[in-house]
Design a protein around this ligand. Structure first.
Ligand SMILES: [Zn+2]
Ligand SMILES: [Zn+2]
Length: 106
């Protein structure tokens, strides 16, 4: 039995927030959506599992309320496509935090 390095194993799913996770995700900054959509996007390599993750918020305009301002805080969770045991692929690595919302004016 050959035991390869730990680095080849996927990270274990964990919802215990790693220190610095939230701060790193927050530091990526929100980007306005393109293509005529109202909303914001944030994404990068998850600080815990190092897979691609992203979060999009769409601001829906209603006839009665008009355009809503972006939320002050947004729950962002790793949504990578890699399986982190014991969870299946597509369920992320468990990391998630409430970060500051976009500070742009709509
Ligand atoms: Zn991952
Ligand atoms: Zn992750």
């Amino acid at each position: 039995m050959s035991d390869k390095s730990q680095a080849e194993k996927p990270k274990v799913w964990s919802d215990i927030l790693q220190s610095g996770w939230k701060e790193t995700v927050e530091s990526w900054g929100w980007q306005p959506l393109h293509g005529g959509k109202r909303g914001y996007y944030i994404g990068g390599k998850c600080p815990y599992c190092h897979d691609d993750m992203s979060r999009t918020i769409e601001l829906v305009e209603t006839i009665f309320e008009g355009a809503k301002p972006p939320p002050e805080y947004v729950w962002v969770q790793c949504n990578c496509k890699v399986a982190h045991p014991p969870h299946n692929a597509g369920e992320g690595c468990g990391q998630g935090a409430e970060i500051s919302g976009p500070r742009f004016r709509v």
